[in-house]
Design a protein around this ligand. Sequence first.
Ligand code: DGJ
Length: 765
Amino acid sequence: MNFKKRTNFLFGVLLLTGSLLAQNVCVSTPKTSLVLSAPEGGTLRHLYYGNRLSEADLQNISAAEANHAAYPEYGLNAPVETALAVKHADGNMTLQLEVLNVTTEKEGNAVTTVVALKDKVYPFFVNVCYRAWQDADVIESWTEISHQEKKPVVLNQFASGYLPIRRGDVWLSHLSGSWANEGVLTQEPLTPGMKVIKNKDGVRNSHTDHAEVMFSLDGRPQENTGNVIGAALCYSGNYKLRIETHDDEYHHFFAGINEENSTYSLKKDELFRTPELALTYSNEGLSGGSRNFHRWARLHKLAHGTTPRKILLNSWEGVYFDINQQGMDQMMADIASMGGELFVMDDGWFGDKYPRKNDSSSLGDWVVDKNKLPNGIEGLLSDAKKHGVKFGIWIEPEMANTTSELYEKHPDWVLKASERDVVLGRGGTQVVLDLANPAVQDFVFGVVDNLMTSYPEIDYIKWDANMSVQNHGSQYLTKDNQSHMYIEFHRGFEKICQRIRAKYPDLTIQACASGGGRANYGVLPYFDEFWVSDNTDALQRVYMQWGTSYFFPAIAMASHISAAPNHQTFRTIPLKYRIDVAMSGRLGMEIQPKNMTEEEKALCKNAIAEYKTIRPVVQLGDIYRLLSPYDKQGVASLMYVASEKDKAVFYWWKTEHFCNQHLPRVKMAGLCADKQYRVHELNRIDNVPLNYEGKSFSGAYLMANGLEIPYNHKVDYHKQNDYSSRVKVNLSGVKVRFMGTVGTVGTASLLSHTRMYINNVRVMK
Ligand code: DGJ
């Protein structure tokens, strides 16, 4: 065996257990271990993934665990699912991989272990790689595939990773959805047969299903107890997750690029690198798995993951395409007056020959529409400066409309099948640019580069993408390589992102794709956040943000206060409730402030000021989901706890309203049992404070009992009438009344109390 470097024995260990044939490899994070058997000349086998093992247990782990090929290949074990399937240059369809060597290397806070495999007969090689983070309980695994056969080898299947999961009462949690209804949580037991979760959109890979899942290993999923495996494929393109439950004692989980219509012809000496599959293990339930993902995301996977985000106003729902200088100036003045820090001008600002009046033209022509904005971006930047806010701008640089100067000049730059008419998307004229083409990559990079070199004060870019790949055809790739189109599109996209980040490391960039179409860990290294959904309805957001929080931290989840009635659901929800839901993510506004009353503006101003006090806890703290809206108990609740456990923020949203209803009392979690926490209500609208306002309770009490939360707000009679009338209107239909509470913390000594926040929300309809 060739051990390139033997590093830290505790983390990322290579373990010799007796003879070379019994060689085990242990890949460890602070609380987890993944153990492989890697005998030279033998098969790489998976032995264990779970809580971190002691050295004593590691010695005998081979005897205790069943073993499975760690990266199952097709050909000589044909009846079972596999991770890798190829056709060799001579037509042979089989693989038989054996271990060549194992190397391990420390890079920063990670230890990378590479197990090199080679086919017994063919010069065909696979590196199975594991990156174990030493400051987050996540192991990323991927493979590097290459060969030295005389002609190309066809890759028919090329998963990033495989994991056997012991059968029992294993439940799967996963997200699905559609436009304006993203991140819907489904929890189901794994049963015999094949469960497949996949995406074929080409661009927006989280609009429907998500490439992240959790497995609850001990029966029905629990938020704060039980053993959980989490898996997230870090890829921006089409993916496929497979869970096969066959006739043995294991569920077999595979994840990788969706190979449908994407067979890959691999040239001699070319390296095909599969995207990372990030794995986590927690014995603190689903919320524990989420905390692991969130920490890893903030530290390693999300652009600027530890920098608190600005509070912004986005123009979209306020003015849609109706952009003009005066309107933008007014919105900037309004967000500044409410304490916001950033204004983002959305769609509608560009186009010369074809001004962008609606969604049917101009994408590709990234020049200012001088009729709408006579003073150009310079004028907007100087307005922003005048008001003391930063300025951000919307682009959709991977796309064009056929009604655009770009398309007139470069019709060969769009995805289109040869011999066929181009299939059109949004607005009846939208097309997707062919990012496989380096000239197109230069153009897309140039969209950002031109803006940033011309206007370096731009602080934020909202990068949108509103069309799926509807034409299978790259006008750049050769006829023989058309099946590479999806993969090359995403390689091109990543290259562009890398160039942008190399030149503009400090720029804030939001990933938006018709709403929540780009919530994935393939894009997040280049993006600071994503737009959760075009649906800003606060009630539906409770559900969408709940599901999305399984895998993504609040700092990445853009969550905006919008108008009532809501523009997507037409539901009328009181501002208080809209604020309290938006405040559980990266707070922003998406509304026309000039249509708000002074009282509403004051409420928002107060909320923004209060949010600033809890921003570090929400955006950098640990999530504890307490009561799921999906449990239909009339209330949903979650909290964030600062890592020092000296502060926490507790949210409580009523999701149903009935007279004299009975709601569960929610117990808190994640606090320090012997610290005292003083309660303070945020965003209070009640005339009288809660009975326990300013009072202190131990973490032990709060976690064992929670606090009694009044079901209604005590507000003036005329306000109650307003609310009540809407409740009464809905007595025979949907009735919604919400309240939210936020708790925060103090330290052990009563003298050193900090605050506990209570955020009291109500919506009636
Ligand atoms: C879709 C996005 O999700 C919206 O927020 C908005 O930016 C529009 N596109 C603009 O066309």
